[in-house]
Design a protein around this ligand. Structure first.
Ligand code: FNR
Length: 189
């Protein structure tokens, strides 16, 4: 079987370490997995008045999430929580009420920071949001990535062997998590 994953990156920054982490990580996935980035930088600010006539980028985001078998969030931590740009995207695709695109999507949460706490609190807040949205989120392994100078090599791969193995294991387990949920759904269909 093939598995299509919607990738959500919580930073709009050109040199984002979380974008680099996403690039390194998705290369570690099984060949049956394809990743499609869900663009979030052109979404309007969420306004409930627009629920009955969602903007084109909002419709696109919802369509992309709906078409995905699973979702992968790679996000920084801003002031001990989820960056507003990511929360904005999550809110958009959750509405109008009763028409959320997130429901039932197996999810993975990971992130990197220049700080030692490695996005732990941001990820915890994100888990809370995803629990409410009924997106089954992998509990273990957790990965709080402390990105120091030289973490990525010139090809964008993880330079340190220990970190590389840790992330490979994380990706293997995430792939297993997605398969578990998607295959069960396909068997029921
Ligand atoms: C940060 N940063 C940060 N880091 C952290 O570990 N915990 C935090 O609470 C915060 N808070 C925070 C707020 C704001 C507004 C900014 C801009 C930054 C630092 C952050 O980890 C660092 O800038 C990363 O490089 C951001 O991720 P990207 O953009 O490189 O993916």
């Amino acid at each position: 079987s093939q598995y299509r994953i919607g990738l959500l990156i919580g930073s709009l920054r050109q040199e984002s370490i979380n974008r680099q982490l996403a690039n390194a990580l998705t290369k570690m996935a099984p060949s049956s997995f394809t990743f499609h980035e869900c663009r979030i930088d052109d979404l309007p600010l969420y306004n409930q008045d627009d629920d009955s006539h969602q903007a084109a980028p909002v419709k696109r985001l919802k369509q992309e999430v709906r078409e995905a078998d699973g979702v992968l969030f790679v996000t920084p931590e801003y002031n001990r929580s989820v960056p507003g740009v990511l929360k904005n995207a999550i809110d958009h695709a959750s509405r109008p009420y009763g028409d959320s695109a997130w429901q039932g999507k197996p999810a993975g949460v990971i992130g990197g920071s220049i700080g030692a706490a490695g996005t732990a609190m941001s990820q915890q807040h994100l888990r809370n949001i995803l629990a409410y949205l009924d997106a089954p989120t992998m509990g273990q392994p957790e990965a709080y990535i402390h990105v120091k100078e030289g973490f990525f090599d010139d090809s964008g791969n993880v330079a340190n062997e220990g970190s590389r193995k840790f992330l490979q294991d994380w990706m293997d387990r995430y792939a297993q998590w997605v398969r578990l949920h998607v295959d069960a759904g396909r068997a029921r269909a």
